[in-house]
Design a protein around this ligand. Structure first.
Ligand code: SF4
Length: 360
């Protein structure tokens, strides 16, 4: 894959090499799954000096979906007059004992959609069924899902609801920083999420933990620039939140999108794969919109948390924390592959294991 880095990037690589000579071993986490994929595709990890390590983080929404959430989706799928509307990636993600794909093959009403608009159409086309959209993702997708509730309301679709399992990025970064087993020197912060939240929610990382953050775009030249800005701060013993992705991110983010989120969601504790429960890291539908909250409309919640990850042969938890690389999992490639995924990091197109399998 090394050929993907063309000459126009070699100058920036040289500058990175020059900085690296002044540094001890440095570990930088690329938080976002889109960055992980771009880095894998370009071969950048292998081109960097030996003392500069890029580590993948918890920024793939499918990968951080906890088994217990999948178990709950599966319970919901047993309801007779319910149609589950989900993004395709979620189908193969294993719960404690099964997947949505397996439930579908056994006759459950599980339909793959590409947007909330598709889910709303399902609701219009199936007035005798309750349509539940599985809302996963980060700050980027939550406003769109909130808007789908407005659309359902304005279209008089009382059979539409959302099971919100949206998650927030800054709290999981804090969980990483509080974990003494995780050793990181800086973050390549997610571009898409930051278009919504801006820079302020990352300030605590620089201020309280003395780790620099650079919000970075998704092209390989963006990632090289972002990495350079991070290493420059480290050599200068500075820790600030900077924006490399200036064409996409404003320092204040999008006030309108955050306002929409505030109208429909409240924050609360939620489970993350690999991390367990993180307080104030999830988004739940507010009481006044309970008619559109699947967790209120249907009585299906289950607790499989007692069967915790300790029994799990998959190392996605460690991979999402940057404690292991995918190829350090004993199941990587044999038997775990994209056609036979054992864990969500191999299922998702943005998962670290999938990216390693395809590119590295
Ligand atoms: Fe899990 Fe497969 Fe990745 Fe191993 S290679 S951590 S089993 S998804």
């Amino acid at each position: 894959m090394l050929h993907s880095i063309n000459n126009s990037y070699s100058q920036k690589l040289k500058e990175i090499e020059n900085l690296a000579q002044r540094l001890p071993s440095v570990s930088i986490m690329e938080v976002c799954g889109t960055h992980t994929t771009a880095i894998g595709r370009s071969g950048l990890r292998q081109l960097l000096p030996d003392n500069i390590k890029l580590i993948s983080g918890p920024g793939c929404p499918v990968c951080v979906t906890h088994k217990r959430e999948i178990d709950n989706y599966l319970e919901l799928a047993k309801e007779k007059r319910v149609i589950i509307a989900t993004f395709g990636d979620l189908l193969q993600v294993p719960g404690s004992e099964s997947t949505l794909a397996a439930a579908k093959s056994r006759g459950a009403n599980v339909v793959v959609v590409y947007s909330t608009l598709d889910a709303l159409k399902l609701a219009r086309d199936n007035p005798g069924h309750g349509i539940v959209f599985l809302g996963i993702g980060f700050e980027t997708t939550a406003p769109t899902v909130a808007l789908s509730i407005i659309q359902a309301k304005s279209q008089g679709l009382k059979n539409y609801s959302v099971y919100s399992m949206h998650k927030l990025v800054p709290p999981v970064l804090k969980a990483l920083l509080l974990d003494s087993s995780v050793k990181l020197d800086g973050f390549i912060c997610p571009g898409h999420v930051s278009t919504i939240i801006g820079t302020a929610p990352y300030n605590f990382i620089a201020r309280d933990y003395n780790k620099p953050c650079v919000i970075t775009g998704f092209e390989i030249h963006d990632i090289l620039d972002g990495l350079y800005l991070l290493l420059l701060q480290i050599t200068q013993q500075r820790a600030e939140v900077r924006i490399q992705y200036t064409k996409g991110v404003q320092p204040k983010g999008s006030a309108i999108a955050r306002e929409v989120m505030d109208i429909f969601f409240r924050s609360g504790s939620v489970l993350w794969r690999g991390f367990g429960m993180i307080s104030d890291s999830g988004l739940y539908i507010k009481e006044k919109f309970k008619d559109y909250d699947a967790t209120v409309k249907f009585d299906f919640a289950v607790d499989h948390y007692s069967k915790d990850e300790e029994e799990d042969p998959c190392s996605c938890g460690d991979i999402l924390k940057g404690l292991r690389a995918p190829n350090e999992c004993s199941l990587f490639k044999n038997p775990c592959t994209p056609r036979n995924p054992i864990g969500p990091c191999m299922v998702s197109s943005e998962g670290a294991c999938g990216a390693y399998y395809r590119y590295e």
